[in-house]
Design a protein around this ligand. Structure first.
Ligand code: ZN
Ligand code: ZN
Length: 359
């Protein structure tokens, strides 16, 4: 990971915005820029300096992890220390902060500490647009996380049977993930069976898997810092024709969206491709969420794959394609892959069969 390059890109972006300094307070952005994975810190970037301020708990860790920036161990809260650092550099008068990630209280505290020596500027996202395009090393990390996800899913299907609780199934999956060396799960595992499969975000509950019905399995791991995300919907018992045809419609909608992923196309076009197919099958009104999202260090990153999103897709973006239909009180189906945008289209990173699996 070329942290120096990333930091130089931020320096160019802040010069363009006529900022003298930029305070990075959002931890995933700090990690992206200098490698630090601790839970407290502020990275101050100017044309000359790149300084990570963190506290004594992280003396050793910061020494090991931080690349491209100086480390300063401070006794007070990192934000207060950043204000102090800025006061000592009186020529830095326009100070940008990450407005999407700072609380009103933090901003007020910062303004008070800085006093009149500088003015605070609410900066738009500066690091997030860089994070949207993954470098080769990041793609390799996400690919490894996705491959592990696929392996875990094939083990999971062996555990799924009527009577076992959703949370026991999730527990088996998460235990196997831990044994395989993940940092943690990327989000609370979704195992939603029977009527509960109609809840798009039905976290695994104590409910038993019924004798008959769909089971939506949506999970992700974080491996060496990078997320995976995939969903497969399986059927316990023998599906009737309406369930089968709904499954096939979702699968075709997902394929239509995958086919629409290409550099130069927009996120909205990808969303539209899935939505149009489901409308044609009279299922459009049951597709109640967006088609996908970017992922990387975080499970939800830019770009959003949704209607009205004009973001143009570029090689190196990693996104999910996850249409679904949900009939309240009856059942739900979702199929999700993580893909990387290539020069010609996309490559599926969660390569795993999508024929309706009946158990
Ligand atoms: Zn998911
Ligand atoms: Zn997702």
């Amino acid at each position: 990971m070329d942290h120096n390059l990333r930091l130089r890109q931020v320096q160019a972006a802040i010069a363009e915005r006529r900022l003298h300094a930029f305070l990075v307070s959002y931890l995933p952005n700090i990690r992206y820029l200098c490698g630090f994975t601790g839970s407290a810190g502020v990275l101050v970037i100017t044309a000359r300096d790149k300084v990570l301020l963190t506290d004594g708990r992280y003396t050793e860790q910061a020494k090991q992890e931080v690349k491209g920036a100086k480390v300063k161990i401070v006794k007070k809260a990192a934000l207060a220390a950043a204000a102090e650092w800025l006061k000592k550099h009186a020529s830095l008068r326009r100070v940008g902060f990450e407005s999407a990630h700072m609380t009103v209280a933090e901003r007020a505290q910062l303004a008070k500490l800085i006093g009149r020596s500088a003015s605070l500027v609410a900066a738009p996202p500066i690091v997030e647009p860089l994070r949207m395009i993954k470098d080769a090393e990041e793609i390799a990390s996400i690919r490894a996380a996705c491959q592990l996800g696929v392996q875990l899913f094939s083990k999971l299907t062996g555990k799924l049977r009527p009577g076992i609780s959703e949370s026991a199934v999730a527990g088996e999956l998460e235990f196997a993930a831990r044994q395989a060396g993940v940092d943690q799960m990327a989000f609370p595992t979704i195992i939603a069976a029977g009527e509960r499969s109609a809840l798009p975000h039905g976290r695994a509950s104590s409910a038993p898997i019924p004798a008959e019905g769909f089971v939506v399995c949506d999970f992700g791991v974080i491996l060496a810092g990078y997320c995976s995300d995939m969903t497969r919907t399986v059927y316990v018992g023998r599906p009737q024709s309406d369930a089968r045809s709904a499954y096939e419609a979702v699968r075709e909608a997902q394929q239509a969206a995958l086919n629409a992923v290409k550099p130069g196309g927009t996120a909205a076009e990808v969303d539209h491709a899935a939505r149009k197919l489901l409308y044609n099958r009279k299922l459009g009104e049951f597709f109640t969420h967006s088609t996908g999202h970017g992922l990387g260090l975080e499970i939800h990153e830019a770009p959003k794959i949704a209607a009205a999103q004009k973001e143009v897709l570029r090689p190196g973006m990693v996104i999910t394609i996850e249409p679904g239909v949900y009939l309240p009180g009856k059942w739900g189906v979702r199929i999700e892959d993580t893909v990387v945008v290539t020069e010609t289209g996309c490559e599926i990173l969660t390569a795993c069969p999508k024929d309706l699996l009946t158990l």
